[in-house]
Design a protein around this ligand. Structure first.
Ligand SMILES: [Zn+2]
Length: 284
């Protein structure tokens, strides 16, 4: 498939606001401030909002989003679902805020608390799955990936010719030569230390926390460095990578030079961007 950023809109400024709108999947990840303003008339489009954790820069846009959807000019009754880490105090608070701001108003929203490994069906062929990440324990934090079920020829039949495969399929049935597998269409780490590359093997797109350029700038093990993320992407052979959540401490032009040098030295061969505020900056 071609890899580009069509259908992707986002904002990332660490400590201020973070969110990503994946239009083709009808999926929002996180809901930092400014989200409803930025979405504009697209505010009615998302079906699922997946919250990674309850920190303010990831959830403060949710009341505005709920209000714009409930009272704006559009499909006010359209159902939406919020997926969030079970036991998150920050998310419980923002949920209470929505209920408190508009008392007696019911929203067409389903709140679903999840833990690592839980799935939520998006379409007949796609599920959203939560996975564990390391952020600021004991406050729960999750990453998410979208798995698409696909069919392919069984790898152990790779030595057979087209006509032999066709003959086998006719004699034994399609399932004799084909198998189902899960392809990672999209994954988002949320705020996190580097994730396990196996979770995102061959993914079309990975969005990952890259708060720090250098491990020496990091005091607590709660955010990844850019070099760690390039290594995840290299090991997983993801097709496209978006870094985000880069610390505000770094002067941007200098940081871009560093990121491009690190990327070139990393051995990761895919496409790569930095989401910084509202812009996707190409690092190639
Ligand atoms: Zn955080």
């Amino acid at each position: 498939m071609t890899v580009d950023l069509k259908g992707l809109t986002g904002y990332s400024r660490a400590l201020y606001s973070n969110w990503l709108w994946h239009q083709p999947l009808h999926l929002l990840v996180d809901a930092g401030e400014g989200l409803p303003l930025a979405l504009g008339t697209s505010v009615f489009s998302p079906s699922v909002v997946a919250l990674t954790h309850g920190h303010s820069d990831h959830v403060l846009g949710l009341p505005g989003f709920a209000g714009a959807r409930r009272f704006g000019k559009g499909a006010q009754d359209k159902e939406w679902t919020v997926i969030f880490p079970k036991g998150s105090a920050g998310i419980d608070t923002i949920r209470g805020t929505i209920a408190g701001l508009w008392q007696g108003v019911s929203f067409p929203v389903t709140w679903r608390a999840v833990e690592a490994g839980d799935t939520h069906r998006l379409t007949s062929t796609r599920v959203l799955e939560a996975f564990a990440v390391t952020h600021v324990p004991p406050d729960p934090a999750l990453g998410y990936r979208v798995l698409e079920s696909r069919r392919r020829r069984k790898p152990d039949l790779a030595h057979l010719s087209e006509s032999e495969l066709e003959r086998l399929a006719r004699q034994q049935g399609r399932d004799f030569v084909m198998e189902e597998f899960s392809h990672v269409v999209f994954a988002h780490s949320g705020d996190a230390m580097p994730i396990d590359p196996q979770l995102v093997h061959d993914a079309d797109l990975l969005v990952h926390d890259a708060t720090f350029l250098h491990a020496s700038d990091r005091r607590q093990l709660i955010h990844a460095t850019s070099e760690e993320v390039f290594e995840v992407a290299r090991q997983a052979a993801v097709r496209a990578l978006v870094l985000n959540h880069l610390s505000v401490r770094y002067e941007r032009q200098t940081a871009l030079v560093t990121l491009r040098e690190q990327l070139a030295a990393s051995g990761y061969a895919g496409h790569c961007w930095l989401l910084d505020e509202g812009a996707f900056v190409n690092l190639r």
